[in-house]
Design a protein around this ligand. Structure first.
Ligand SMILES: [Zn+2]
Ligand SMILES: [Zn+2]
Length: 220
């Protein structure tokens, strides 16, 4: 069972980037520049990547509110036990449209910068304006980029992408065939079968279902 550890980090990478990281492998596999837990939901391990991402986003928002100058971002990855700094999802921004007067005509000198102006942010539903710094987009390779969404800021694009990543990851995780939930620390099996269940309850349910099936076959 994979574990995801959510921590606040101040990377010693020259820029001192502040990152809320979601590290695969649990507590022992986070990067070494962890800050003391201060906010709700940090410094904890999660089994469900969707829960880990929700926690990391919440921590990032609390941090940003408490100290905007830190400019924290969210990133996920695996250190494999080494120091391996994680990168937040890559985001594009063409800046706000710059209007210049050319031979008496007012022109936008960067047509790309008008993209997405007037759209609502797919994360917070705020209207994207020229004043707010123009629209933000996910780089084509990032999870969720093919949804072609517009965002009001880099963080909201990151939050969206990392949520898409967690959903994809969750889809691929093995689940109990009876209740379709993730397995916990222990699995349960029935005699004479390799199939695994999340709980005794689910194993019993399967046993009952099989007994019923066998009975029906005998009766037929
Ligand atoms: Zn937004
Ligand atoms: Zn189950």
């Amino acid at each position: 069972m994979d574990l995801w550890f959510v921590s606040r980090q101040r990377y010693l990478d020259g820029e001192h980037r502040r990152i809320v990281e979601i590290a695969l492998g649990g507590r022992d596999y986070s990067n070494p520049d962890m800050l003391v837990p201060q906010f709700h939901d940090e410094g904890r391990e999660y089994e469900d990547p969707r829960e880990a991402v929700k926690a990391a986003i919440s921590v990032c928002e609390q941090w940003r509110k408490a100290r905007p100058a830190d400019d924290p971002h969210v990133a996920h990855g695996a250190t494999a036990g080494f120091t391996m700094y994680f990168e937040p999802p890559a985001v594009e921004n063409f800046g706000p449209p710059q209007m210049v007067r050319e031979r008496g005509v007012l022109k936008n000198n960067n047509p790309d910068s008008s993209l997405g102006i007037g759209d609502r942010c797919a994360w917070c539903k705020t209207k994207v304006t020229r004043k707010s710094g123009g629209a933000f987009f996910l780089d084509g390779d990032e999870p969720g980029a093919t949804d072609n969404k517009t965002f009001c800021c880099a963080q909201h694009a990151e939050f969206y992408s990392i949520t898409c990543w967690a959903d994809e990851r969750y889809e691929k995780m093995p689940k109990c065939p009876v209740c379709n939930e993730l397995y916990g620390k222990e699995c349960y099996r029935l005699e004479f079968s390799d199939e695994e269940f999340c709980s005794e309850r689910c194993a019993e349910k399967e046993e009952e279902a099989q007994a019923k099936l066998n009975q029906e076959e005998e009766d037929a």
